[in-house]
Design a protein around this ligand. Structure first.
Ligand code: GSF
Length: 202
């Protein structure tokens, strides 16, 4: 199977980390794919009408998206180690995934507003609103204290992608100065091969 990804995409990074954590690297080809909301990638559109990455293309031609579906599908191939299968542990893990996806949505939308939207059309209230979501999400993550003890499940993978993306695209946020637990946790998980090998780059 193949996944359409690129090295800057935090949502694609979630899948790229899962591929490595699930031991599936030899079964998955990563296809570098450029995307932009104002320049839809025609090749990608055939597989994913939302024209977004990540998109997984199975060997039988079927496509799976979005990153949540792809991550859980890959985890199902490798023994369900990253997504709890039942009970409150599952719902808390899925909620943490949603929290991190929501922070990433706000960050990516801000990136598009500041990097793609023409200067004359930018809307500071919009940027401020998205920033408030990022700040609120980080405060919750700091309190939630991602499970230090070795468990590196889908919630923690999402948190690592959030913090890595903020470092990459929003160094001005300086989240380490006000989130000491996240700072320590991120330093630890950043030593994992799956996290190091997928560090964002332009
Ligand atoms: C979001 C993917 C996404 O926004 C998921 O996979 O979880 N809910 C989806 N991907 C961005 C690239 S990124 O990660 O910055 C994307 O494909 N943007 C192109 C577009 O047309 O918005």
């Amino acid at each position: 199977m193949q996944i359409n990804v690129n090295a800057a995409s935090p949502f694609a990074r979630k899948v790229r980390i899962v591929v490595r954590e699930a031991g599936l690297a030899d079964q998955v080809r990563e296809i570098e794919t450029a995307v932009s909301p104002v320049a839809p990638n025609a090749d990608l559109a055939g597989a994913n009408p939302l024209v977004k990455i990540p998109t997984l293309l199975l060997d039988d031609g079927r496509a799976l998206y979005d990153s949540r579906v792809i991550c859980e599908y890959l985890d199902s191939l490798a023994g369900h180690r990253l997504f709890p299968q039942s009970g409150m542990a599952r719902w808390q893990s899925l909620c943490m995934q949603s929290l991190c996806d929501g922070i990433l949505d706000a960050a990516v939308l801000t990136r598009y507003e500041l990097a793609i939207r023409p200067q004359a059309l930018r809307w500071q209230d919009w940027v401020d609103g998205q920033r408030a979501k990022i700040n609120g999400g980080l405060a919750t993550l700091e309190k939630a204290e991602p499970n230090f003890g070795g468990n590196f499940g889908i919630g923690e993978i999402g948190a690592a992608c959030v913090l890595g993306y903020l470092d990459f695209r929003f160094p001005d946020i300086e989240w380490r100065a006000t989130h000491p637990r996240l700072k320590a946790w991120f330093a630890t998980v950043s030593t994992r091969d799956s996290v190091r090998e997928t560090a964002p780059r332009a």
